[in-house]
Design a protein around this ligand. Structure first.
Ligand code: ZN
Length: 149
């Protein structure tokens, strides 16, 4: 895909998710959650997960901030549902590589779905922390599950 069309797609996806966030709200059955702040932009994201048998049954987010932080959180809650905790860790790593402009495996890109398009944020270094905030929260939220296994 050319850079120009990728940029358009990126803008479209950010705008759509920022305007109509998916899974925004409180998850009463949450088993795992984490809140993180991005002081450089003022974004706050709480990621809540319901994990059963090592699998994400449902994911929600809440918080405030710029459109990139909100869109990234919204996309995250969509793409992690149904995946194992290990998959989620893998997705966080792949996403973190992508946003700093590193190549990732096609299989990882597929795993990330729409989140892979958000990787175009690599061109805007000041916004990288906005894009990764929800993913860092996800990582920390599921970090706690290791102990129980
Ligand atoms: Zn931000």
């Amino acid at each position: 895909m050319g850079l120009a069309s990728l940029n358009n797609l990126y803008r479209e996806i950010v705008l759509e998710h920022a305007q109509y966030p998916q899974n925004k709200g409180n998850l009463p059955k949450a088993t795992h959650e984490q809140t993180l702040h991005n002081p450089t932009c003022g974004d706050t994201i709480t990621v809540q997960l319901q994990i059963q048998d090592n699998k994400v049954i449902q994911a929600c987010f809440s918080g405030q901030g710029c459109s990139i932080s909100q869109a990234s959180a919204s996309i995250l809650t969509e793409v992690v549902q149904g995946h194992s905790v290990d998959d989620c860790r893998h997705m966080v790593t792949a996403f973190s590589d992508l946003v700093i402009g590193q190549e990732i495996e096609p299989a990882d890109e597929q795993l990330l779905g729409d989140a892979a398009i958000l990787g175009s944020v690599a061109q805007f270094p000041t916004r990288i922390k906005c894009a990764t905030l929800a993913w860092k929260a996800l990582y920390q939220a599921i970090g706690a599950t290791e102990e129980g296994r």
